[in-house]
Design a protein around this ligand. Structure first.
Ligand SMILES: Nc1nc2c(c(=O)[nH]1)N[C@H]1C(S)=C(S)[C@@H](COP(=O)(O)OP(=O)(O)OC[C@H]3O[C@@H](n4cnc5c(N)ncnc54)[C@H](O)[C@@H]3O)O[C@H]1N2
Ligand code: MOO
Ligand SMILES: [Mg+2]
Length: 408
C-alpha cells in the first residue's frame, strides 16, 4: 500500500500554485490581512525617510560637546525648536544646538543627539552635562531600507508587520493572489442536514460543516454543494459541476469498497487521472486523489475523524501551496514527549488525536479520553494535535518522544 510520504509527494507534485499573470486581485490594505502578496514590492522611499532623532533632547555638533561633564558643562545657544513633522530652517553652527523631539528631522550642521536627561535647559541656553557618543541617537536616512531595492517579496502572507510596511510605503491598494476556490460536497443516502428529522439509519452530514470551516480558515473561497445521493447520475452531475468551478474538489464518503461507494468509478468515467485510492494510514486509509486538467480531487473517507485527519494531513498543505505562498506551506511536525501510552498495530501510520498540554513550559502530548474510533467525532472536541506512530512502531511509552501535527 502507498505510504503517507509517497502519497504526499504525489499530491504536492500535482499542485500548480496560483499564477502571477492570471490569478491577481487588487485589494484595499485594510482587507489584506492573511492574503498572499502576488508581486514583489519596491518602494521609492528610503526608511527612515530622513535623518531623524530617536530621542527627545538636543541636536548638537559632536565636536562642540565632546568634553562635557556635569562639572564642566558645554553651554550651547538653542536656535530652533524642531518637533516631529516640522522641517528645520536653520543650520546649526559652532556653539549652537536645536531643541528636538523623537522622530523629528535632524537639522543641517548637527550630527549627534544629547537626550534631555543629560542636559539642563534654561531660556535659550542648554547645558550639556555628559559627553554623548558621536552620532548617538540619530536614525540615518536609508538605514533600515534603501529605495529601489525589494521591500517585500511575492508569495508571502500579509501579517500585521507586512500590512504596516505597505501602509508606511504609501501602498493602500495591493496585488494579492485571488482566493483558491474549493468545492465541497458529501455523498451518502443516509445523510441529512442538521435541520431535518432523523429517520432510522440516518446521520447528519457533519463533515461538510467541519470541512467548510477549515477551508474558509485557510483563506479559500468555499463552494458548498450539499449532500449528494449515492446515485451515479447525481454524483456525475455534481462532480462535473465542481471540477469546472473550483481549483480543488473535496468530497467525503463513498470511496471505500462497498457497493454504494461510487466516487472512484465516476471520477474515472469523467476522465480523471486517479493517482491512488488508498494510503497506509489509520484513520484515513480509503483516500482517493485524482486530477482533472484544471482541478485537484480529494475523495476523503466518510468517517468523520478520517475525513478530518486526511484533510489536515494532505488537503491543508495543498490549499496553502496552491494559494501562492512560496514558503512554509508544508505540514510542520514537532517532536514532543508523550504523557500517554500510544498504541498502533504497526501496520499503518497511525494518527492519534489528543492534546498538546504545556507542562512547565514544555509541551506534552496526551491522548484523548474514550474510544479512538474514526466514527467517534465526540472525543475529537477540544483536541489540538495528532500524534503520529510510523509504520512498524507499535508502542510509545509515557515519557518517550513522539511526532505531532498541530490541528485546529
Ligand atoms: N470492507 C471494507 N470496508 C471498509 C473499509 C475497508 O477497507 N474494507 N474501510 C473502512 C474505512 S477505514 C473507512 S474510513 C470507511 C470509508 O468509507 P467511505 O469513504 O466509503 O464512506 P461511507 O461508506 O460513505 O461512510 C462511512 C461512514 O461515515 C459516515 N459518513 C459518511 N459521510 C458522512 C458525513 N458527510 N458526515 C458524517 N458522517 C458521514 C457514514 O454514515 C458511515 O458511517 O470505510 C470502511 N469500510
Ligand atoms: O480510514 Mo478508516 O478511517 O480507519 O475508519
Ligand atoms: Mg463506504
Amino acid at each position: 500500500m502507498l505510504s503517507v510520504k509517497d502519497a504526499e509527494t504525489i499530491i504536492f507534485n500535482h499542485v500548480r500554485p496560483l499564477n502571477q499573470e492570471h490569478d491577481l486581485e487588487v485589494v484595499d490594505l485594510l482587507t489584506a490581512f492573511h492574503r498572499i502578496l502576488a508581486t514583489p514590492v519596491i518602494s521609492s522611499l528610503d526608511f527612515p525617510h530622513w535623518d531623524n532623532s530617536a530621542m527627545d533632547g538636543f541636536a548638537v555638533r559632536y565636536e562642540d560637546v565632546q568634553n562635557s561633564n556635569s562639572e564642566n558643562p558645554t553651554i550651547l545657544e538653542v536656535v530652533e525648536e524642531i518637533p516631529a513633522g516640522y522641517e528645520p530652517k536653520i543650520t546649526i553652527k559652532k556653539g549652537q544646538a536645536a531643541r528636538i523631539f523623537t522622530g523629528a528631522i535632524i537639522p543641517k550642521g548637527a550630527d549627534t543627539i544629547v537626550i534631555q536627561e543629560k542636559t539642563k535647559f534654561q531660556k535659550n541656553q542648554v547645558f550639556i552635562l555628559a559627553t554623548p557618543q558621536p552620532q548617538e541617537f540619530i536614525r540615518k536616512q536609508g538605514d533600515f531600507y534603501q529605495a529601489g531595492t525589494e521591500l517585500l517579496p511575492a508569495g508571502i502572507s500579509l501579517n500585521p508587520a507586512e500590512i504596516a510596511i505597505l501602509a508606511a510605503a504609501q501602498l493602500p491598494k495591493i496585488s494579492v493572489f485571488r482566493r483558491p476556490r474549493v468545492a465541497i460536497f458529501s455523498s451518502g443516502d443516509e445523510l441529512v442536514t442538521p435541520e431535518q428529522t432523523l429517520k432510522p439509519g440516518q446521520i447528519v452530514d457533519s463533515n461538510q460543516y467541519a470541512l467548510a470551516s477549515l477551508v474558509r480558515d485557510l483563506g479559500a473561497e468555499v463552494l458548498t454543494l450539499g449532500i449528494v445521493k449515492d446515485n451515479p447520475s447525481s454524483l456525475t452531475e455534481t462532480i462535473n459541476y465542481a471540477i469546472n468551478n473550483s481549483d480543488i474538489v473535496i468530497s467525503s464518503g463513498g470511496v471505500s469498497v462497498g457497493d454504494y461507494d461510487y466516487i472512484d468509478n465516476i471520477l474515472a468515467s469523467l476522465g480523471a487521472e486517479i493517482h491512488f485510492r488508498a494510503v497506509q494510514m489509520r484513520p484515513g486509509k480509503p483516500l482517493t486523489f485524482a486530477t482533472f486538467p484544471n482541478s485537484l480531487y480529494f475523495g476523503l473517507p466518510g468517517n468523520p475523524v478520517s475525513a478530518l485527519v486526511t484533510f489536515w494531513r494532505f488537503v491543508e498543505p495543498t490549499i496553502k501551496k496552491l494559494s501562492g505562498i512560496n514558503q512554509g506551506w508544508e505540514s510542520k511536525f514537532i517532536k514532543v514527549k508523550s504523557h500517554s501510552e500510544l498504541k498502533s498495530n504497526g501496520k499503518m501510520e497511525t494518527y492519534i488525536w489528543g492534546n498538546l498540554n504545556l507542562n512547565d513550559g514544555i509541551y506534552e502530548f496526551q491522548q484523548t479520553s474514550g474510544n479512538l474510533n474514526s466514527g467517534n467525532l465526540i472525543n475529537l472536541a477540544q483536541t489540538n494535535a495528532l500524534a503520529i506512530l510510523p509504520v512498524g512502531k507499535t508502542l510509545i511509552s509515557p515519557g518517550e518522544e513522539t511526532l505531532v501535527l498541530q490541528i485546529g
